[in-house]
Design a protein around this ligand. Sequence first.
Ligand code: PMP
Length: 307
Amino acid sequence: MSKLPKDLSYFRGKIVPSNEANVNIQTNALQYGTAVFGGIRGYYNKDFENVFIFRIKDHYKRLTNSAKMLQLSFDKSIEDLTEITLNLVKECGYLENIYIRPFVYVSSYELSPKLHDLETDFAIYVLKLNDYIDTKRGLLTKISSWRRIDDNIIPAISKASGGYLNSALAKSEALQSGCDEAIFLDSRGFVAEGSAENLFIVRDGNLITTPVSASILEGITRRSIIELAKGLGFNVIERDILRSELYVSDEVFFSGTGAQVAWVKEIDHRTIGKGQIGPVTKTLQDIFFNIVKNKEEKFKHWLTPVY
Ligand code: PMP
């Protein structure tokens, strides 16, 4: 009997065993980070015996836009990308929470760091993934000494692989300082986001999140939280947030595909609110987890079943 899930990937146009999905060391993307990627979650619901992929078309729209911004040649339609992904997950046989990593990379052996008119490849691998950062315990965070990449340095709203050196610097600094996560300021000194997640605060009953102009990645979870919160009657504001405002917020939380909805307990040794998960965060976190597991009829359209 075959053992499930099978460790398969999509590579050079077909599904292959992951240990055969390898690139040559001369690959341009390996040298310069000339690639764009996505991160998509699938949630297993035992009652349905199915895995539900969260907002797959929105993720592929962003991947396509990221490739366009960087002039990477990429001509697959969102429908084709969705079909390829569903086939891969099905063939692997996953019946658990998963993380899907699609990416477009410059596969050419071109020596110079450039983007246009080069051969690219599209690949996908899949992993089992539950929490990426703890969603139950409050996170200890610090303002990073690294500034978030500015849009005129590396397009910040693209998920450009090379740009993630910036995230890696901030994340390592935070972990090595005994924290769980970093908070970036943008080049102007306003709050941007976490190393791989968007940021929300609650102040005086308002839900506030940093704007796209603060060099953030336009998160799909962020967009979902905004829509959800508005539907629940919250006053949602997208505006610049000052670093010092964070310290006196009633609640702070991160949103992201990896992070899901994760609450912040401490920033720069200041306790946020009462040092517990706040009521707004708890409400949004509970609904979010119900939605992704297909327990909220109203948001079924955000999910694509695998089987
Ligand atoms: N910002 C950055 C820098 C990220 O890497 C991510 C993760 N993709 C996010 C925000 C959250 O985006 P999303 O909700 O689409 O996962």
